[in-house]
Design a protein around this ligand. Sequence first.
Ligand code: SF4
Length: 64
Amino acid sequence: MKVSVDPGLCYGSAECVHRAPSVFAFEDGYGTVRPGREDTEDDPLIREAAERCPSQAITLAVAE
Ligand code: SF4
């Protein structure tokens, strides 16, 4: 599963970082995907982080 954060949408609530700190980090006031963690296992915490992102900045792409 590919995880990405759209920096143009994220407004820095940091909720993703609290929900799934192994994948998301907080840098310069915005949420980012940790380097090397863009490709992750399917994880309910990551799905929840994406669903609950208040600006819908997190995209999950499932590999076919
Ligand atoms: S939850 Fe969404 S808006 Fe908040 S820091 Fe993460 S990506 Fe940005």
